[in-house]
Design a protein around this ligand. Structure first.
Ligand code: FAD
Length: 387
C-alpha cells in the first residue's frame, strides 16, 4: 500500500509530533526519514522549555500552550518524559544588560508571564555557586525542561501502535498531481498522499527546491558539553543575559569580542535528571557541519567557569553539536504553502523546537483537518518572506 492521507518528511521532534497528532485525528500517515530519527537537531540539543527568551507574541503564546500539551503527554505516550519545572534565571553581569532585561521583563509581564528581576542577594540564595559579584538576574518559575530523547521515543512507539508507516529512504523527486502529491524514493518506490508536511528542519530548503519554492531556513550550529553527574548547583536552570540581549538588542552586541560574536556564544546551563549538566552553546553559521571544535567548546566552558567557578573542578564527559533550523526572522515557518495545495511546512524552529514540538504538531494536524486554530497562524506562513 503506498497511498496515505499525509506524508510527513523528516523524523526529528517536529515531524514526529506532527505524525502523532495527525494519527490521533484519524489520518493515515507515512513518515519519511533519510537517516536516523533525531539525527538532525533533535538529539543534539538542550532540554529547555524556556519562556523567558521569547518576545511577547506568537512564539510565547505557542510555548504556553505547548507546555500544557506536554503535561498530558507522558500519560498519553506511556513514557516518563522527565518534564520538570525548576524555573529559570537569566544571569545579568553588566549594567547595560540590566537595563535591556528590565525593559524586556516589563513587556513579558504585561503579556502575562510571571517573571521578576532579582538583586544580587536573592540571586545568590537561589544559586549559591554563582560568582559573588553577579549583578542581578531574572527569575521565571514557569521555565521548564523535558528530555527530548524520551519525547521522540514516546512519539515513535505510540505512533507505530497507531499505524504509522515508517519509510527510511532518500527522496529523489516530489511531484504535484491533480489530487495531491507523489513522492519518488531512492529505491524507486513511490508514495502518494493528499497532504505533505515538510518537517526537515535545517534541510527544509532542499525539500522546498524539489517543488520550486524558496524556504529561507539555514543551519545554525550549536555546540554543547556534558558534565559528569554532580549534585545540583542551584535551584533553577540558568542562561546568561548575553544570549537574550543578542536577540533583542543587537546594537549592544557590537561591544562584544569578535571571536565570541563569530561563535555566537550564549551560555545556557541545565541539569538533566541523571545529574549531568548540559552546558551550551554556540550559534554558528558553518553550513551543514556538525563537528565540535576546540575553540567552541573551550569558550563555552570558560563561560561556565566564569559564572560558576566550581566548574573548574568538574569533568566533561561528552561533547556534541546539532544544527538548529534558523529562519530569516527567527520564527518558525508553519502552514500551507500558497499556490501548492496540500503542501505544508513545519520547520525553522531554531532554538525553540523542543519547546514548540507538541503545539506545532497539533496546529499542523488541525490545519490539515480544516479546523480553526486560535492563533494568528498566518504570521508564521512562508508568504511573510515575499517582499
Ligand atoms: C545546541 C542546541 C541547543 C538547543 N536547545 C534547545 C532548547 O533548550 N529548547 C528547545 O526548545 N530547542 C532547543 N534547540 C532547538 C531544537 O533542537 C530544534 O529546534 C529542533 O530539534 C528542530 O527539530 P526538527 O524536527 O525541525 O529538525 P531535526 O531534528 O533536525 O529533524 C529534521 C529531520 O529531517 C531529516 N531529513 C532531512 N532531509 C530529509 C530528506 N530529504 N528526506 C527525509 N528526511 C530528511 C533529517 O535527517 C532529520 O532527522 C537546540 C538546538 C541545538 C542545536
Amino acid at each position: 500500500m503506498n497511498k496515505f492521507d499525509v506524508i510527513v518528511i523528516g523524523g526529528g521532534i517536529i515531524g514526529l509530533a506532527t505524525s502523532y497528532y495527525l494519527l490521533k485525528s484519524g489520518k493515515k500517515v507515512a513518515l519519511i526519514e533519510k537517516n536516523e530519527f533525531g539525527s538532525g537537531a533533535s538529539c543534539a540539543c538542550d532540554d529547555a522549555i524556556f519562556f523567558q527568551s521569547k518576545k511577547p507574541g506568537i512564539n510565547l503564546e505557542l510555548t504556553i500552550d505547548s507546555i500544557e500539551l506536554y503535561k498530558s503527554l507522558s500519560d498519553e505516550l506511556g513514557i516518563d518524559l522527565e518534564l520538570e519545572n525548576k524555573g529559570g534565571m537569566v544571569l545579568i553581569e553588566k549594567e547595560d544588560h540590566l537595563k535591556v532585561m528590565e525593559d524586556f521583563v516589563k513587556k513579558q509581564k504585561k503579556f502575562g508571564l510571571k517573571v521578576d528581576i532579582l538583586d544580587r542577594r536573592d540571586v545568590i540564595k537561589k544559586q549559591p555557586h554563582i560568582r559573588k559579584d553577579i549583578l542581578a538576574s531574572t527569575y521565571c518559575k514557569e521555565d521548564s525542561q523535558v528530555n527530548p530523547l524520551r519525547v521522540m521515543r514516546g512519539f515513535i512507539s505510540k505512533s507505530k501502535k497507531m499505524g504509522l508507516e515508517i519509510i527510511k529512504n532518500n527522496i529523489i523527486e516530489i511531484k504535484e498531481k491533480k489530487d495531491g502529491w507523489k513522492v519518488l524514493l531512492e529505491d524507486k518506490k513511490t508514495v502518494e498522499s493528499e497532504f505533505v508536511v515538510n518537517a526537515t528542519g535545517a534541510w527544509a530548503s532542499e525539500i522546498g527546491k524539489m517543488i520550486g519554492i524558496d524556504i529561507p531556513i539555514v543551519p545554525k550550529r550549536g555546540q554543547i558539553a556534558i558534565s559528569e553527574a554532580i549534585p545540583s548547583l542551584g535551584e533553577t536552570n540558568a542562561w546568561s543575559a548575553q544570549y537574550i540581549v543578542t536577540k533583542i538588542a543587537p546594537e549592544l552586541d557590537r561591544n562584544q569580542n569578535e571571536v565570541y560574536k563569530r561563535l555566537g556564544i550564549g551560555f545556557a546551563l541545565s541539569q538533566a535528571s541523571t545529574g549531568n549538566y548540559i552546558i551550551g552553546s554556540t550559534r554558528e553559521y558553518v553550513g551543514f557541519n556538525k563537528k565540535t571544535t576546540y575553540e567552541g567548546i573551550q569558550l563555552i566552558l570558560k563561560e561556565a567557569m566564569a559564572l560558576f567557578p566550581i566548574f573548574s573542578k568538574v569533568n566533561v564527559i561528552r561533547t556534541f553539536a546539532g544544527l538548529r533550523p534558523a529562519s530569516e526572522d527567527g520564527k518558525p515557518i508553519v502552514g500551507e504553502v500558497e499556490g501548492k495545495k496540500g503542501f505544508y511546512i513545519a520547520a525553522g524552529h531554531e532554538g525553540d523546537g523542543i519547546a514548540l514540538a507538541p503545539i506545532t504538531g497539533k496546529v499542523v494536524a488541525d490545519l490539515i483537518n480544516g479546523k480553526r486554530v486560535r492563533y494568528n497562524i498566518e504570521e508564521l506562513n512562508l508568504k511573510r518572506f515575499k517582499y
